[in-house]
Design a protein around this ligand. Structure first.
Ligand code: HMN
Length: 289
């Protein structure tokens, strides 16, 4: 399960319906142009938490149908309704997803025993491997190394998607659990994550910038830090502008300039205005996206 994964974008029409042909195009360009190793399906970047259960299942189904066994597939199934998480986990497992991932339960201040119960319940009901999705900035859940250790006692917990800038904790986790999979989640800190020993990364911007990400990752792993940093600087010039314009609608607008039916974001997220769309065109031509 090592490698670079795009956190798959999902195109919607203005009513919030999934654009199936556009989704298939996004998957294909991830495989053929960005040369990614896998897809992280129904994560934050897939606007998962804005979709209903039927839509989430539909995305799982289309992705598996389009990608088949060409690349690795991770299904993010985390939900506050544990029954929904289990239902989605079973669905994705039956479809043949290589592993599941679930965001730490959020909004309510769950204690650790409740968090462990949630992961163990999904694993027990699905029998599939689990990658903990840790993203403290959005969930408020900061797992300690002792808590990761407790979660790892279930051997089906094969790793973590680590979306945090705490490189001290990352170093501690890497040293303590050399055999667990660590996939880093902040694209703008890929070089730091790579030298910290992660096994790969999952990112939203890899949908449009996967080739540069691959160069950063490989150069850093080879110890060619200076060249890796040059690529990271260029990448961060892109990411800085993407974040300023609004991450998901901007990534979709970039794909649209390439003739992909990337649609819109799902309300209440807002689409880009005309000024921003002009800036996207400049970005695409300046960085050859
Ligand atoms: C997902 O769940 O869709 C992604 O794995 C999340 C991923 O870590 C992204 N985080 C968010 O969008 C919150 C990053 O790729 C992020 O978009 C990027 O580093 C820019 O900040």
């Amino acid at each position: 399960m090592k490698g670079l994964y795009s956190a798959l974008l999902v195109p919607f029409d203005e009513e919030g319906n999934i654009l199936e042909s556009g989704l298939r195009q996004i998957i294909r360009q991830n495989i053929e142009e960005q040369k990614i190793d896998g897809l992280y399906v129904n994560g934050s970047s897939g606007e998962n938490f804005l979709m209903n259960t039927i839509q989430k299942k539909k995305v799982f189904e289309i992705v598996k149908d389009e990608a088949g066994n060409e690349i690795k597939l991770i299904a993010q199934v985390g939900a506050l309704d544990l029954k929904e998480a289990i239902e989605l986990g079973q669905y994705a497992t039956e479809l043949g997803y290589d592993a599941l991932s679930a965001v730490t339960p959020f909004y309510y201040p769950f204690n650790f025993e409740e968090i462990k119960y949630y992961y163990d319940a999904i694993i027990e009901a699905t029998g599939n491997d689990m990658i903990i999705y840790s993203i403290p900035a959005l969930t408020g859940v900061n797992l300690s190394i002792q808590q990761f250790d407790e979660l790892f006692k279930n051997e089906k917990v094969i790793g973590i998607k680590y979306t945090a800038a705490d490189f001290f904790l990352l170093e501690r986790i890497r040293k303590a659990f050399p055999d667990k999979l660590i996939l880093s989640g902040f694209d703008e800190m890929l070089i730091q994550a790579a030298v910290s020993g992660v096994d790969g990364a999952i990112g939203s911007t890899y949908n449009i910038n996967g080739r540069r990400a691959r160069q950063i990752f490989n150069l850093a792993k080879e110890g060619n830090i200076q060249e890796a940093y040059e690529r990271q600087h260029e990448t961060n010039d892109i990411i800085e502008q993407v974040l300023a314009l609004g991450i998901y609608p901007t990534l979709k607008a970039v794909l649209s300039t390439k003739g992909i039916e990337a649609g819109s974001v799902k309300r209440p997220l807002a689409p880009l205005d005309d000024d921003s769309l002009e800036k996207v065109k400049e970005l695409v031509s300046k960085y050859n996206l």
